[in-house]
Design a protein around this ligand. Structure first.
Ligand SMILES: NC(=O)c1ccc[n+]([C@@H]2O[C@H](COP(=O)([O-])OP(=O)(O)OC[C@H]3O[C@@H](n4cnc5c(N)ncnc54)[C@H](OP(=O)(O)O)[C@@H]3O)[C@@H](O)[C@H]2O)c1
Length: 323
């Protein structure tokens, strides 16, 4: 099958198209399914793997990516073409979306527990945009920050993959949402449902004299310590990307050592329950992905360059087998 692979760490130019063996369910894969990939998406984790960031080398390959780790892609939307012997939720022919490893290829093997059936009112293209970004936003707000109705929530990076889901989800949970983004995205983010918008190029939200119950820095651009004065006494800062964001790793270690309950971070869990909730929210019109651009799989390096510029509006989607 056709896949986008990388056999060495480096810039987007290390990405290349190749013919690779089709994954199988032989061996220890009774709880997996094979999905024919119609659409996938890209996420910052792809650039982290591709660039060979030190923290991933122990699992991915010390000097170069291991042969079984050469296909990226964490989101998938497509059609089930084979099921493992213990799979009960899916049948061949079902249309699904969810999380996986290696969806930048025509066929991907995914856990049954990391997939959900497609909603009735959205396309493969749209649902490929959501799994990682929406699960991350959902878990950060609901599980880490324990969001409550009526709380004042600030979303930094509100126009990004996670951010635009976080704005919509925080509204779903009944919060008053202040969304922070750049000038050109203000109107769009307001239309997503934000009650207030702030332009980070014009104002620093920590210096407006306002306090928030939750500050969710979806893009790892702000330090916890700089945001502390903008938190209520019981407020919480949640930061993504503890490994790459400025000081966040240090702050996480410090917060753990000092048992500081106002700092939170997390690793996204891929699970069917949350994917089903995301599907239901899409069906109910409460969550809608925004796709800035679709690239064919053959242009994966271009897609990485675009995403890595750090200013994607919503998501970048990869067309693998057009449906
Ligand atoms: N915890 C986990 O397990 C987990 C899971 C997934 C992702 N992550 C991490 O979450 C982070 C965000 O992921 P993502 O997919 O949302 O990224 P993304 O879509 O690439 O984020 C792009 C957005 O960042 C905004 N931005 C850039 N500079 C900014 C600034 N100074 N202030 C505020 N916003 C700014 C841009 O808005 P403008 O164009 O308006 O500037 C753009 O909309 C990544 O670091 C990723 O590694 C963590």
């Amino acid at each position: 099958m056709k896949a986008a692979i990388y056999t060495m760490y480096g810039s987007p130019s290390v990405l290349q198209m190749a013919q690779v063996p089709v994954p199988t369910l032989e061996g220890d894969y009774a709880n997996r399914v094979l999905v024919k990939v119609h659409y996938a998406s890209i996420n910052p984790i792809d650039y982290i793997y591709r660039s060979g960031f030190f923290a991933i080398r122990a699992s991915e390959g010390l000097l170069k990516p291991n042969p079984d780790a050469q296909i990226m892609g964490a989101d998938v939307a497509g059609e089930v073409i084979e099921i493992g012997s213990s799979v009960t939720r899916f049948q061949v022919g079902d249309v699904v979306f969810g999380s996986c490893r290696g969806s930048h290829a025509e066929i991907v093997r995914s856990r049954e527990s990391a997939l959900a059936h497609m909603p009735k009112n959205a396309s493969f293209k749209e649902m490929a945009a959501l799994p990682l970004a929406a699960q991350t936003a959902l878990q950060a707000l609901r599980d880490v920050a324990k969001i409550q109705k009526g709380q004042r929530v600030l979303i930094n990076g509100a126009s990004g993959g996670i951010g635009h889901c976080a704005v919509q989800l925080a509204k779903y949970f009944g919060a008053h949402v202040t969304a922070v983004c750049s000038t050109s995205n203000l109107e769009w983010v307001k239309a997503l449902g934000a009650d207030e918008v702030l332009d980070y190029s014009q104002a620093d939200f920590t210096k407006q004299g306002k306090q928030y119950d939750i500050i969710y820095d979806t893009v790892g651009k702000r330090s916890y310590w700089s945001c502390k004065k903008a938190l209520t006494k019981t407020g919480m800062f949640v930061g993504e990307n503890p490994f790459k964001a400025r000081f966040q790793l240090l702050q996480m270690v410090w917060a753990l050592l000092t048992k500081d309950k106002q700092f939170g971070t997390h690793l996204t869990s891929h699970n069917a329950k949350d994917l089903e909730l995301i599907r239901d929210l899409v069906e109910a019109g409460r969550l809608k992905p925004h796709i800035e651009k679709v690239y064919p799989l053959e242009q994966i390096a271009e897609a990485h360059r675009h995403g890595e510029s750090g200013h994607t509006k919503g998501k970048i989607v990869i067309e693998v087998i057009p449906s």
